[in-house]
Design a protein around this ligand. Sequence first.
Ligand code: SF4
Ligand code: SF4
Length: 487
Amino acid sequence: MFNFFWRKKKSTFTGGIILDGHKQVTKINTPQLPKELIYPLFLTSDRYTKACVKVGDYVKKGQVIAIADSLLSTPIHAASSGIISSIEKRLIAHPSGLADDCIILQTDGLDSALEAEPCLDYRQQSRDFLRKKIHQAGIVGLGGAAFPTAKKLSGSPAIHTLIINAAECEPYISCDESLAIASAKEIIQGSLIIQHILQASLCIIAIEDSKPDAYLALLFAAKETDIKIQKVPSIYPTGGEKQLIQVLSGEQIPPQKLVFEYGYICQNIATSFAVYQAVLLGIPLTERVITVTGAGIKQAQNIQAKIGTPIKDLVQFCQGYTEHAQQLIMGGPMMGIALASDEIAVIKASNCLLIEPIKASAIQPCIRCGDCAKVCPSELLPQQLYWYSRSQQWDNCTDYNLADCIECGCCDVVCPSKIPLVQSFRIAKSEISQQQKQAEQAALAKKRFENQQQRKLRIEQEKAVLLEKRKATIEKMKAAAAQRKLN
Ligand code: SF4
Ligand code: SF4
């Protein structure tokens, strides 16, 4: 699929490859208002939202239309004004081509917004207040993972270093780079807010050395602050959390450990921008910058898109498809997911739409060349993991640290046998997580049953004691009555 180069010398993390960038850093363009906005209630397999509007309701831009059903979820806000026309099943951005409940908003063309509630004196506010504001603004990590930001900022261990990830190491994607050039000042403001919430002594913005304009823009914007702007080598996947920490600090976070346990938190640069908007302007997350690119689109560009915009509208804004358009990928070529249709809407995690020809190649048996292990940035053994995944040996997958696979796709790219390694890892991870959930639920049910039994036993014991007491009282009364008779 790609031209790639082996790394000539070891830099600061093991593995990785050098890829052609294919990046077209355009200015950020804004399309016309879509007639229809689509909001899936499904966020991820364990994160849902619940509609809080009904068909026929009029909503304004910035109004909450779906509430979070847990702390791991975030609310959804309308990105424009209009009428809720239906809540129905539509195709959503999911690798299985899933259809799920979506709120459909017919826009009225006015784009009228709720009054914003800015908080200019954020340093005077409690950290809890700011986290709540970020949660209420519906902010998630905009680098693609979409993990709720407020939840990420509420970790109990002390954080010493906040890393703002502007590496954007995956080919084709340039939305963060364009945003950094256009809004460096706002990104610095957002980063300062996050640093304040975490009380982190150090904040570093890490950017690849192949992005000089964005680097200079950030450097200039940060000059009055203590934020450090640090160039990192353009090696894929420098932007992985653990890889970035190793590049910046030399510290290697062990397998199966989380970075916050070691005092680090990484946030994407676009998330910093969203935090700036939520706190200092009082605007919730309703839009994001998305790269629309690839050989299958006529005019590749970066677009300021409303969340909920149907992809076909963005394609139209880019002058339509070329004859090479055969597959639609949400995300980049290495980590993105293939979409079933362009009727699917832009979601918060959509950093890129890649439209490409399909380059099919026949899968051959593994020749045990070991190339996949050489490039793995997580120091795994992909060929071994592939074998265990295929044969459903989940315990072995766990023992061989499958959980540490960041699904970067380096192993896929170098594999001479064209084995779809990452695909099998994704399936295995989802199976393992399903099994873990079932085991947790079974353990919970067992605990509940045991508690119930203990409660029953306690009540029976209390009843027996009471009965004994009553019997004793009756006996006493009988004895007293007999005594009175005798007297
Ligand atoms: S996809 Fe996973 S196994 Fe493959 S190189 Fe990346 S981290 Fe390693
Ligand atoms: S790169 Fe492909 S062929 Fe080589 S060991 Fe890994 S899976 Fe096997």
